[in-house]
Ligand binder design. Sequence first.
Ligand code: HEM
Length: 279
Amino acid sequence: MNNKEVINLYIEDRQDTLEWSGDDVEIEILDEVVTFILNDIKQKYQTDLLTLRDQENQYYEIDQIVEFKRPHTYITIPQRHDVKTLAKNELRTNRNIYTIKKDSVLLDKYKEASKVESIEYQITAIKKANQKYVDTLIGIFDDLVIQPKKRNSIKNEIAKPIQFQNEPESPKFGQSPKESVSPSWILRKSLSDSSKKNDLKQFTIDEVAKHNTINSAWIVINSKVYDVTKYLNKHPGGQEELMKGVGTDATPLFMQNHPWVNAHYLLEQFQVGFLINHK
Ligand code: HEM
């Protein structure tokens, strides 16, 4: 009964672990969960290109993670990481553990040794999120002058590794990508971010809590503080729903309702700062 299986995905300081008991879980479900994780990584790292490699540095494709139940997959972003050195020994401070059952997935998030969040997803919600992700992505790219080449094939080619004939000079961890090797849309995004960054402040959760009315409505999603006063009547789920999260760190509520929504894309103009985690 206890034939527990595990797949690990690593990128920088993040480790995502899928755990399941071999008898209970169909391979399609594992595929959905892996896709869900890779989509999340793509959103967080703002890229649609991820390469997957094993411990021997061999490239492979997304469906091979599950098909061969590879225990360790190292993920890199071609223009951002030095592809010659796999960061096998990075300190993984952010760990996400997905316990997969027949119809649901329990996600436990850890920061260093402490559990910071626990979310239960129905498999149907994960499937819906994967489907929605494609739509969200198209929405994002519509706004950019330069379109990524694979825009129409993203759905079928999630995370397909790309190979360079001559490997480009890649920045090391922690350095920002060089202009010459960055896809222009990433560059564009980071430039617009940095010009605004000067105005952004740091807030404690107590300061955020003061803005809990429809006349001044602040909300925290993924450590970013947004003044959503002007977004309240635009929220597709309704003002009343959004008000449930106002004045708080609403990341868990947000994730329960629509993990596929890219909040930062929608709310960037309303960002006023960052949340400081004090103590
Ligand atoms: C401030 C950040 C938020 C943003 C940018 C946002 C954005 C959205 C978007 C784009 C949708 C449409 C989703 C779709 O059609 O797939 C939506 C729906 C919804 N949102 Fe939010 N939301 C936010 C916060 C919240 C919070 C805090 C809650 C709950 C307390 C919430 C509850 C809902 C609900 C219940 C729906 C309807 C879902 C459905 O029709 O299936 N949202 N939101």
